[in-house]
Design a protein around this ligand. Sequence first.
Ligand SMILES: [Zn+2]
Length: 72
Amino acid sequence: MSNHAGRNSATDSDAEAETTRKVAAICTTCGKAYASEQRGDGTVRPIGQRTGCECGETSFEIVDSTETGFDD
Ligand SMILES: [Zn+2]
């Protein structure tokens, strides 16, 4: 993770970039916020959390669609 400045593409896959967008979402159970991605079918999944929220919930509610990095 030392050369991120040299790569300014936010996505690893062009095909996926067409159907996903970055959003901010919160867990519908515990309210924890995650930088997430919304897929073309409407599914919201926290980035880097394939299993969903740490509380076990897999349903998320979008709170902000701004394309920006989370800072925490
Ligand atoms: Zn949760």
